[in-house]
Write a protein that binds this ligand. Structure first.
Ligand SMILES: [Zn+2]
Length: 87
């Protein structure tokens, strides 16, 4: 791990399963050229680069990122799948 990775590394304590949006979601990752637009449309956010969208009915958390998104971005969105809006 170089210093850049150290800065990007996110540390957190996972919330208890009962406090999560979904206790044990299935995770799906979609790499999309237009992930920013798709995320803005799905979440109502603006200028997104990546996002996690929960479907409580199907118990699937869909992560959308740009095709070449780094692992740190994917990891961050996985955290959203389990912890909802933590920031
Ligand atoms: Zn986030």
């Amino acid at each position: 791990m170089d210093s850049r990775e150290a800065l990007l590394r996110e540390s957190f304590v996972p919330v208890a399963p009962v406090s999560r949006v979904m206790a044990a979601p299935q995770i799906e990752h979609r790499r999309l050229a237009n992930s920013g637009l798709m995320c803005d449309l799905s979440t109502g956010a603006r200028m997104s680069q990546a996002c996690a969208v929960w479907n409580v009915k199907t118990n699937v958390c869909t992560i959308m990122t740009e095709p070449n998104a780094p692992d740190e971005v994917l990891g961050h969105e996985v955290r959203h799948c389990f912890e909802g809006h933590f920031h």
